[in-house]
Design a binder for this molecule. Sequence first.
Ligand code: ZN
Length: 397
Amino acid sequence: MPRPTQIPSFDRKGAVDRVLRLMEIPGKSCEESLVVQHLRTALLEAGYAENQITIDDVHRQSPAGGEVGNLILNLPGTLKAPRRLLMAHVDTVPLCVGCKPALKGNVVKSKDKTTALGADDRSGAAVLLTTAIELARQKLPHPPITFFWPVQEEIGLLGARFVNLKHLGNPKLGFNWDGGSAAMATIGATGAYDLLIEVEGLASHAGVHPEDGVSAIAIAGLAIADLQKNGWHGLIIKGKSTGTSNLGVIQGGDATNVVTSRVVLRGEVRSHDPKFRKKLVTEFKQAFERAAGEVRSAAGQTGKIRFMATLKYESFELPAQEPCVQSALAAIGRLGLKPETKISNGGLDANWLSVRGLPTVTLGSGQQHVHTVNETLQLDDYLHGCAIAMLLATGEV
Ligand SMILES: [Zn+2]
């Protein structure tokens, strides 16, 4: 176990108050104005100048729209070194809206049992805010730094996907706080496609002339059975290749006496391997096309498939020698923690930044059981996250 050395000092009570306050502010994806304004005001109060703080217009590029853009604080360095990016998303899942955080011992929970907490990712947002405030308060020397609070992470990593990298000042090392254990560095993550499948059949009277119809439900049923039986639905293991898939939404039909002419399905496929991920998409497409050919009316008509696969996020894996990984692991070690690395099966803002040329490692800030009413914030991990951010922001590691 490495021994703790030179742990940076910061106002721990201030850091705790800050995260409690941030978790209270409603701000589901696309409705982040209150939290962005709260952070901006806190930065101004810390002494940063208006012209160092930008709110971009990413919501105008985002397919989801939204009311506000990403918040960015750009600082020139007092030390000469490559620019570093510290980031954490500000939106939460809708389940967090209305949350009243309650601190008990070292754990924060929601007072109301019907809401999540929003530690995902207000804990990360508070790690950044604390670091920015402490840099100003203690007048600490630091390399050029960009603090980046993206919007719209929970609905597809959109703030990070569409941010103009020039607005971030072209940093070379990226650090993202959006996780649990402070000892864990996530150095890669899977990639995913969204699937939209429209099955077009042919309507007819189900009692009088069912043979004149082509049932879209029957086509979908055959396709799903085919995928399930052949190991392409759910957890997928084919030799050395692995992935997951899920058909999560199926909609269609409005009467029992009509042969259903239309069904729409939505699903996803994921794999760390881009080639295998494309193969999963092809397997889904072919299964539905085969099924469409198997269901015929008496006159020989068949159904039609409209199949759309959209890349949600590309996978990435940072090499161990990547400077951001090396610095992150060194910072964790400085606190006396044993650094661990992992590859995530979920997408992160770091996916888009890493794929767009800014290698970004994701670190812990105390979140547990995110997206559920059992969500908690572990204060030890959160405060360790703050200390790690201080080390990274001051270029100590
Ligand atoms: Zn998150």
